[in-house]
Design a protein around this ligand. Structure first.
Ligand SMILES: CC(=O)N[C@H]1[C@@H](OP(=O)(O)OP(=O)(O)OC[C@H]2O[C@@H](n3ccc(=O)[nH]c3=O)[C@H](O)[C@@H]2O)O[C@H](CO)[C@@H](O)[C@@H]1O
Ligand SMILES: C=C(OP(=O)(O)O)C(=O)O
Length: 424
């Protein structure tokens, strides 16, 4: 298994470009099932989750090819309506083929996503919503089975705002008879990006990006071209890296308006943040100061940036309270940060972080995608060498991470399998 070996203590400086958003590209790719006609997508990140989604769609009968950041997709016929456990267990977002398959082909068999290191992640709202749209839904032998000769528009209220749940139901409703209204819909920018793509393909959707989305079903969707929005979590990760290493980092081709909850908190920590139209630059020449963080649904502070901010607060002046409200098991990075000298106590869904002057490099183990990112940032700011193992989690969602950090002056190398790397 690959590991990252990081020699900490270098101030990161320079400019890098944001990649396309994984969490927008995945539902957009899944939505290609909804109609015939070629779709050309650009700014698609080259990450393992995208490769997995393309593999799954090809298995179902779509024809998808990727070259660089461009993907050409066509879905004229279906070979299978089953998303097998082997693929779904590696990527929870595979659940996103459920709504499109039922809507276009009348049936779907999708493995229930496996357990995940960030807590229980039920899909009950996806299933209840599909049932409201008239699908017959059951769970058999670990698989969700859904059938409907034609879905029918309905009013769907989600008790909790769910990102992939909203996306699944919005896609399904595009081909339903009549009007669907999703209430307490997720407002994340990735939901809005999916809706823009669907509208280009002939869907009738209003209100995406607000908590009430209205979809009027149409007979079919056609092909369209689309550029995926920049990845706000990847952007945020590099900004926090700049701040933690007392550096000067600029991320280009990003969306500052999608990152306001983060830039507000970075400023509260004493970091200088400059916003351009499509750029964000952070500068920090002293120890950041403590601030409290509470994760929540967009536009609140993203849970996907929590681990990275905990790493920053671990070296800040003062004590911060970090409250995780979305996933109960999303503090796995804390135990590893403690191994690097961080002073953090977990009290239920709060982490009390008392900043220390310096972290010290150590071997640490990644438990999920953003926990891994938090550990990499801690390693960049720490004294000495940090080895982050199980980085297959990182590869799910960060494109060319070592290359981008290396371009900023970070000393970071990938160690393949049992190979050992010496860092001067
Ligand atoms: C591929 C993708 O876009 N992943 C993102 C998506 O995940 P994902 O869409 O899985 O997360 P949700 O928005 O669904 O989860 C939000 C909350 O709702 C709960 N819930 C969700 C669905 C359901 O049927 N029942 C239920 O109880 C979850 O347990 C969680 O507590 O949003 C999360 C929250 O911003 C992010 O961390 C993930 O990066
Ligand atoms: C949790 C994440 O992804 P997923 O929902 O695909 O597990 C993430 O992107 O941080």
């Amino acid at each position: 298994m690959d590991r990252l070996v990081i020699s900490g203590g270098t101030r990161l400086r320079g400019t890098i470009k944001a990649s396309g958003a994984k969490n927008a590209a995945l539902p957009i790719l899944a939505s290609t099932i909804l109609g015939a006609g070629e779709c050309e997508l650009s700014n698609v990140p080259r990450v393992v989750d995208v490769v997995t989604m393309i593999k799954l769609l090809n298995l179902l009968g779509c024809s998808i090819s990727q070259e660089g950041d461009r993907v050409v997709a066509k879905c004229d016929q279906l070979r299978s309506s089953e998303a097998p456990y082997d693929l779904v267990r590696t990527m929870r977002a595979s659940i996103l083929v459920l709504g499109p398959l039922v809507a276009r082909w009348g049936e779907a068999t999708v493995s229930l996503p496996g357990g995940c290191a960030i807590g229980s992640r039920p899909v009950n709202f996806h299933l209840a919503g599909l049932a409201k749209l008239g699908a017959e839904v059951s769970i058999e032998h670990g698989y969700i089975r859904a059938r409907a000769s034609r879905l029918k528009g309905a009013r769907i209220y989600c008790d909790v705002s769910t990102v992939t749940g909203t996306e699944n139901l919005m896609m399904a409703a595009c081909l339903a008879d009549g009007v669907t209204v999703i209430e307490n819909a997720a407002k994340e920018p990735e939901v809005g990006d999916l809706a823009s793509f669907l509208v280009k393909r002939g869907a009738r959707i209003e209100g995406a990006g607000t908590d009430v989305v209205t979809i009027e079903g149409v007979g079919q969707l056609h092909g369209a071209d689309h550029e995926v929005i920049p990845d706000r979590i990847e952007t945020g990760t590099y900004l926090v890296a700049g701040a933690m290493t007392r550096g000067d980092v600029c991320v280009e081709s990003c969306r500052p308006d999608h990152l306001e909850s983060l830039t507000l908190k970075l400023r509260a920590c004493g970091v200088t943040v400059e916003e351009g139209k499509e750029t964000l630059r952070v500068r920090c020449d002293q120890r950041p100061v403590a601030t409290d963080i509470k994760t929540g649904a967009y536009p609140a502070f993203p849970t996907d940036m929590q681990a990275q901010m905990v790493a920053l607060l671990a070296i800040s002046r003062g004590t911060s309270v970090v409250t995780e409200t979305i996933f109960e098991g999303r503090f796995m990075h804390i135990q590893e940060l403690q191994r690097m000298g961080a002073d953090i106590k977990i009290e239920g869904h709060h982490a009390v972080v008392t900043g220390c002057e310096r972290l010290t490099g150590a071997p640490v183990m990644a438990s999920d995608l953003r926990a891994s990112a938090g550990l990499v940032l801690a390693g960049l700011a720490a004294d000495g060498v940090t080895e982050v193992s199980r980085i297959y989690h990182l590869d799910r969602g960060y494109e060319r991470l070592e290359e981008k950090l290396g371009a900023l002056g970070g000393i970071i190398q990938r160690q393949k399998g049992s190979q050992s790397v010496k860092i001067a």
